[in-house]
Ligand binder design. Structure first.
Ligand code: HPA
Length: 271
């Protein structure tokens, strides 16, 4: 894996005039519009990046974008990789390893989720303050490479408290309603049954989704600070579970995107 990371990093450096981003951003379902806020310097389609998987889901366009946001050098993944697409955990999280090798210290992740917390509404913005790994595996399984991180990484503050406080301040200043809560990550691709939503809520999760957890685990292994924000696109609240489609998820995410983009842009500026 080390050789692959080095080779990919070298190739990206060559194509981006030695890009040295400080912040990495993973743009989730329907949230790719944050790219409009980035002063783009280089765009690399995943297909042109050696060792990068190619995204297969509609709505995830698959490019690595280098540029400036809020006065900082950033790299953004427009389109992420999901376990349900058939990739391994190592493939899904490979871009995070490359970001780290390029110099990224902070990882910002966004996603769409289903909300179980009965106080949540469709379109709710939730700052992720912790997660529960419900994937049947973990990206760190296998021989540990000490130069990438420790065998038993600490996960006691996976989402940096300072960033959460900062994001809440930014939301308040801009009259944006945000909540805070726990994200449970699982494989998908089915949406959940009512019994599963009830189970995850009772277990301690506020929302559920099909991403983010693998990337944050690897980012923490690599010693990065993380911030996560989720758009609740549908509800799995007991008695209120309705049918849900990928199109609806994308539509709701798109409607809420400007608010999320503002929070992320301001956060990048202030960290
Ligand atoms: N479950 C899982 N992932 C999701 C959901 C959901 O209900 N909504 C948006 N992404």
């Amino acid at each position: 894996m080390l050789e692959q990371i080095e080779f990919t990093t070298k190739s990206i450096r060559e194509k981006t005039n030695n890009a040295n981003p400080q912040v990495g951003i993973i743009l989730g379902t329907g949230l790719g519009g944050l790219v409009k806020e980035i002063a783009v310097e280089f765009t690399l389609p995943y297909g042109e990046i050696p060792n990068f998987p190619v995204s297969t889901v509609q709505g995830h366009s698959g490019k690595l974008i280098f540029g400036e946001l809020g006065g900082k050098k950033v790299v953004a993944m427009q389109g992420r990789f999901h376990f349900y697409e058939g990739y391994t955990m190592q493939q899904i999280t490979f871009p995070v390893r490359v970001m780290k090798a390029l110099g990224v210290k902070t990882l910002i992740v966004s996603n769409a989720s289903g909300g179980m917390n009965p106080n949540f509404e469709v379109g709710e913005l939730m700052i992720i303050n912790d997660h529960i790994n419900l994937f049947p595996t973990n990206p760190l399984i296998g021989k540990n490479i000490e130069s990438l991180g420790p065998r038993f990484p600490d996960m006691s503050e996976s989402y940096k408290k300072e960033y959460i406080a900062l994001a809440k301040t930014i939301a308040k200043e801009n009259n944006i309603k945000v909540s805070e809560g726990v994200y449970a990550g699982l494989t998908g691709p089915c949406f959940e049954t009512p019994a599963e939503y009830r189970y995850f809520w009772r277990m301690g999760a506020d929302v559920v989704g099909m991403s983010t957890v693998p990337e944050v685990i690897v980012a923490k292994h690599a010693g990065m600070d993380c911030f996560g924000i989720s758009i609740v696109t549908d509800l799995g609240v007991e008695g209120k579970v309705q049918t849900v489609s990928h199109e609806e998820v994308q539509q709701i995410a798109k409607e809420q995107e400007p608010k999320m983009s503002l929070i992320v842009r301001e956060l990048v500026k202030r960290i």
